[in-house]
Write a protein that binds this ligand. Structure first.
Ligand code: UTP
Length: 275
C-alpha cells in the first residue's frame, strides 16, 4: 500500500573507520550481502517498490550496487558463479532506485527532510540499514508496521526494550499502551541519560511516517548535539495528532556498532553457511 521506502545513508559511519573512509557503512557485508541489501529486501517484502536513498559524498558504491555491472555479468555468464548474482538481479528487477544528497550532516531529521523530493505526497517507510532486523517466526518488521498503519493511518516507530544504561544511545518514548505491543506516544526524548529516561523503550531504525512530517521537520530547530532530530519532529507530531510506538516481533542487530555487526555475522553464518 505504501510505495516508498526512504534510506537515510549519509552518515559517516565513524565507528567503522578506517573501512568507512572510502566504503559506505551500508555496504559493509554480513557474509556476502551488504547491509543495504537486507534493508531493500525487507522493504520489498513489505510491498514497497520505490527505494529512495539520501546519500552523501563518497557513497557512490551504493548506486553502483543497484546497477548493472556489464563487465562482471559478461565474465561470469554461464559459469557456476552466475547464481551468486540471482538475488541482486531479482531486487533490481523488482523496484526503482532514486538518490539525492544531503550535503551537510545535520542529523537524521535533516536527512529525512532532504529525502522529501524523492517521496510522493503519501506515507512512506524509513529503514536505517545499519539496523538489521529479522523475524524468523513470521512477517518482517516493516511488514508488521504496515499492518498497524493500515489500521491507524499515523506515523509509527519501532521500539524495543533496552537496558536502562543504554537509553543514552537511543530516542526513548513514553505513553499509554492501547494494545499489548502498541503505545500511543505522549513524549519522546533523544538520547536521555538513564536517570532522566521516561522508559526503557528505545526507537530502532524502522519508521512509517506520514508526509506532514516534512512541514514539521522544516520548522524543527536543532536539538541534541546541534542536529535536527527526527525524535523532536515526531514529538511535535504526537502532540498535534497521533504517533504510535510498536514493540516489534523479531530480532534487531545494531550493525552500526562493532558488537552488533559481529553478532549479525555469527548469526547469519550459523544460519546459512555452517551446515
Ligand atoms: P548514526 O548515528 O548511526 O551515525 O546515524 P553514523 O554517521 O551513520 O555512524 P557513526 O556513529 O559515525 O559510526 C543513524 C542513521 O542516520 C543517518 C546515518 O546514515 C544512519 O543511517 N544519518 C545521520 C544521515 O543520513 N544524515 C545525518 O546527518 C545523520
Amino acid at each position: 500500500m505504501l510505495q516508498t521506502c526512504l534510506f537515510p545513508a549519509a552518515g559517516y559511519g565513524t565507528r567503522f573507520l578506517p573501512a568507512t573512509k572510502s566504503l559506505p557503512k551500508e555496504m559493509l557485508p554480513i557474509i556476502t550481502k551488504p547491509l543495504v541489501h537486507y534493508g531493500v529486501e525487507e522493504a520489498l517484502e513489505a510491498g514497497m517498490d520505490n527505494m529512495a536513498f539520501v546519500v552523501g559524498r563518497g557513497k557512490r558504491a551504493l548506486e553502483d550496487y543497484f546497477d548493472i555491472s556489464y563487465e562482471l555479468e559478461h565474465q561470469i555468464a554461464g559459469t557456476s558463479k552466475e547464481p551468486l548474482l540471482t538475488d541482486i538481479r531479482k531486487i533490481m528487477g523488482s523496484c526503482t532506485f532514486s538518490f539525492t544528497r544531503q550535503n551537510e550532516m545535520r542529523g537524521l531529521g535533516h536527512a529525512i527532510y532532504t529525502g522529501k523530493t524523492l517521496v510522493r505526497d503519501e506515507a512512506f517507510g524509513v529503514i536505517l540499514a545499519d539496523d538489521l532486523c529479522i523475524n524468523e517466526d513470521g512477517e518482517n518488521v516493516l511488514s508488521q508496521m504496515m499492518r498497524i498503519y493500515e489500521r491507524y493511518r499515523c506515523s509509527i516507530v519501532a521500539v524495543m526494550e533496552v537496558e536502562r544504561e543504554q537509553t543514552k544511545s537511543y530516542g526513548v518514548v513514553s505513553g499509554r499502551f492501547i494494545e499489548d505491543d502498541l503505545l500511543m506516544v505522549d513524549d519522546m526524548v533523544e538520547k536521555p541519560d538513564p536517570s532522566e529516561a521516561p522508559t526503557n523503550l528505545a526507537i530502532i531504525g524502522r519508521y512509517i511516517l506520514t508526509p506532514d512530517i516534512f512541514d514539521i521537520l522544516e520548522h524543527t530547530k536543532p536539538g541534541k548535539n546541534g542536529e535536527i532530530q527526527i525524535t523532536d519532529a515526531l514529538k511535535t507530531q504526537a502532540k498535534q495528532g497521533m504517533v504510535l510506538a510498536y514493540k516489534f516481533k523479531g530480532r534487531r542487530f545494531d550493525c552500526g556498532s562493532i558488537d552488533g555487526f559481529m553478532e549479525a555475522t555469527n548469526f547469519f553464518y550459523a544460519k546459512e553457511y555452517k551446515k
